[in-house]
Write a protein that binds this ligand. Structure first.
Ligand SMILES: [Zn+2]
Length: 240
């Protein structure tokens, strides 16, 4: 029986954890929650000028660095190839996620929303896997999706992202108190810096893009407390 407050975040690529959830993960860890990231690939396709296996090794190390910066547990990996998640045997993939769930016994699962936020097919696939693992798990869990409020995406001109109406957000986290940790985690993902011009943006824009993290409680099989267990763990009155 696991009495420890535990969250498992299920993602597709090293760096999925940092930009839209890293501050929250750091704040949870500070409050004593055990936070695990299960990364289902090693991001082998993420460094175009490098051979896939070598890129996977580099990005695996970058994720370890980021988890350390965020103060969370070392990352876990599945052995899928970056870019292939939509094509793999889904039953087998879900079974692998379920095995990790059975081992770590989280009360909360966190993942991408069904549209993957960016629409990346790998994100869409892991969102499905996590949802199915949540349904199959013997212990009741709450499932949260990382989402982007429509108004913020409009303000930032990020028209490529899938957004949700602001009123569908069930938890908004001001990650100001974990700002330095989040930036440190972003810097860990050195091989991906070229694709994130946000670090060169004025601090005001950085804060707008990175300073808030947004979640939608998708389903909860937990009791009354589980209505918004993440907000509860963070010591927030989320008003759900
Ligand atoms: Zn990704």
């Amino acid at each position: 029986m696991n009495d420890l407050e535990t969250l498992l975040a299920v993602f597709a690529h090293p760096d999925d954890e940092t930009y839209r959830a890293g501050g929250t993960l750091a704040l949870l860890a500070r409050r004593g929650v055990r936070v695990w990231v299960l990364c289902t690939t090693r991001g082998q396709a993420g460094i175009p000028e490098m051979a896939p296996d070598e890129a996977g090794r580099v990005r695996q190390a970058e994720l370890k660095c980021a988890c350390c910066a965020l103060g969370i547990e070392p990352p876990r990996f599945l052995d899928y190839r970056d870019g292939t998640l939509a094509q793999v045997d889904e039953d087998e993939a879900v079974a692998q996620v379920v095995r990790v769930v059975q081992e770590l016994r989280p009360q909360v699962l966190l993942t991408w929303p069904p549209d993957g936020l960016s629409g990346h097919p790998d994100h869409v696939a892991v969102s499905r896997w996590a949802g199915e693992a949540c349904r199959r798990a013997s212990d009741p869990m709450a499932l949260y999706h990382i989402v982007m409020p429509r108004s913020l995406a409009q303000t930032l001109g990020m028209t490529h992202l899938h957004t949700v109406p602001d009123e569908e957000i069930t938890l908004t986290v001001d990650v100001g108190p974990a700002w330095e940790q989040k930036l440190a985690a972003i810097r860990c993902h050195r091989s991906q810096m070229g694709s994130s011009p946000i670090l060169d943006a004025p601090e005001e824009k950085q804060r707008l893009f990175l300073g808030g993290e947004y979640f939608r409680l998708h389903s909860s099989r937990r009791g009354r407390e589980g209505q918004d267990i993440l907000g509860f763990w963070l010591g927030m009155d989320a008003g759900v």
